[in-house]
Design a protein around this ligand. Structure first.
Ligand code: MD3
Ligand code: FE
Length: 208
């Protein structure tokens, strides 16, 4: 079985397998532990149904993505504590500067935490005003099955297995493609204390 389904990646999507070495992953993980200590993980709800996400979330940066009865949006404070989000760790800002091909810094870093059994359904990321900027994602911990389609719901999809230390950059034509996480593979990484996966997504929200 191949780690990657056959077929090309969508144009504008770049995969950097194991871009972070184990030492860099440990340093970044400590940075995220510091973020979570100030801005606790919480379980967002779908705006319509009120159903809770299986993924827990928090943010760092000037703005954070939140979801509740009031809808999907970016806001400068944690929805439960009312406190500003902590700053984005320097390693992430450096990765963005190196890989994003975008002249301005990210404003938001969404932190997703997947326990065994958590998933994220196919969706588009379009709550940002600046869709010219790419999204940069970093995976830490257990491996995940990432699914990516085209810009129309219901079109063909392909899957990519993401490992700890992998970086994805989605820009240009891939910025508005449908994507999701079908499953994680518990016990495939020893980075975290227990099972689970952390995904970090750096985003530009406003036009510079
Ligand atoms: C392709 N996160 O937070 S990261 C999300 O692993 C999200 O937690 C997934 O989808 C995760 O919105 C996937 C890879 C990713 C992130 C954003 C994208 C792929 C993307 C935006 C546009 C296209
Ligand atoms: Fe997404």
């Amino acid at each position: 079985m191949s780690a990657r389904a056959p077929g090309p990646l969508p144009p504008g999507l770049h995969h950097y397998p194991l871009r972070l070495d184990p030492g860099e992953q440990a340093t970044l993980l400590q940075g995220i532990r510091d973020v979570v200590a100030k801005a606790p993980l919480y379980r967002p709800r779908m705006p319509g149904s009120g159903r809770q996400f299986s993924v827990r979330m928090t943010n760092c940066g000037a703005l954070g993505w939140v979801s509740d009865a009031g809808g999907y949006r970016y806001q400068p404070v944690h929805p439960e504590t009312g406190e500003p989000w902590p700053p984005i760790p320097d390693m992430l800002l450096a990765l963005w500067a190196e890989l994003s091909d975008y002249a301005h810094p990210p404003e938001a870093c969404l932190v997703n935490f997947y326990e065994a059994g958590a998933r994220m359904g196919l969706h588009q990321d379009k709550d940002e005003t600046d869709l010219d900027a790419p999204v940069l994602s970093v995976s830490l911990g257990d491996e995940a099955l990432f699914r990516i389609g085209g810009t129309e719901r219901g079109g063909p999809t392909r899957s990519l297995r993401l490992s700890s230390g992998d970086v994805l950059v989605m820009g240009g034509p891939s910025r508005l493609v449908f994507h999701g996480i079908d499953r994680i593979y518990p016990g495939t990484s020893t980075l975290l204390k227990g099972e689970g996966r952390i995904n970090l997504t750096l985003r530009r929200v406003t036009r510079p």
